[in-house]
Design a protein around this ligand. Structure first.
Ligand SMILES: NC(=O)c1ccc[n+]([C@@H]2O[C@H](COP(=O)([O-])OP(=O)(O)OC[C@H]3O[C@@H](n4cnc5c(N)ncnc54)[C@H](OP(=O)(O)O)[C@@H]3O)[C@@H](O)[C@H]2O)c1
Length: 190
């Protein structure tokens, strides 16, 4: 598999991911946990990379960009999105253009894991793509009012043990949550 898309999301009990173009919850410890998890690399000379949609980009404060200190790819149809003042941030107008960059031999040396950071359309596209590898879901055991939701997870996944994840129910910021990892069962054989 040349490219491996890994979805990463924090979802509420009602499958919400966003509200008024922000997160539906204020859970700093859990968000920091996500950040630390996404930033981990085996090769310390490389960074991980996160792809997300323009609305998620807009939802970030200036000092949060690039998100999680990773290389950021932003998908938009607009021609006027200026990210030149941010390091390690790139704008693309299609998945094909992003993939061309991701497989560029020089650029490939810079990154390790490809995270798909949302929102809804990107999660759905990525999990149905031939490049879908895993979905990492931080599942909150609490209802939060939301207006953007995680799409239905595809059927061709099985839950896996990833030794990096904490086992069982966790408790932070006054909320119970669980970290799940799901893997595509249709992965190419080699
Ligand atoms: N809980 C979590 O883990 C999590 C993660 C991420 C985001 N969020 C939340 O989710 C909400 C934002 O998500 P969202 O689903 O509304 O929006 P989004 O996915 O962040 O952005 C959608 C935009 O992405 C661009 N786009 C998507 N597919 C494209 C394609 N194939 N080609 C070109 N451009 C494309 C378009 O931008 P243009 O309109 O510019 O063309 C589209 O309007 C916010 O509330 C955010 O806080 C939560």
């Amino acid at each position: 598999m040349v490219l491996q898309y890994n979805l990463i999301t924090t979802i509420t009990e009602n499958l919400g991911i966003g509200k008024d173009n922000e997160l539906p919850f204020d859970l700093p410890t859990i968000v920091e946990y996500c950040e630390t998890f996404c930033a981990q690399t085996k090769d310390k000379t490389k960074k991980n990379l996160m792809i997300f949609g323009r609305k998620t980009w807009d939802s970030l404060k200036d000092d949060e960009k690039p998100l999680f200190g990773l290389i950021n790819f932003v998908l938009t149809s607009r021609d006027d999105l200026d990210v030149s003042k941010y390091p390690d941030v790139y704008v693309f107008h299609s998945w094909k253009d992003m993939n061309d960059k991701l497989i560029n031999p020089e650029f490939k040396k810079k990154y390790e894991t490809i995270w798909i950071g949302g929102g809804t359309e990107l999660y759905d596209y990525a999990q149905k793509s031939e490049h879908f590898f895993r979905a990492y879901i931080m599942r909150l055991k609490k209802f939060y009012e939301s207006d953007v939701f995680f799409p239905k997870l595809v059927d061709n996944v099985r839950r896996i043990d990833d030794e990096r994840l904490p086992k069982g129910i966790q408790f932070h910021d006054g909320v119970e949550w669980e970290f799940e990892a799901w893997e595509n069962t249709n992965l190419p054989k080699n």
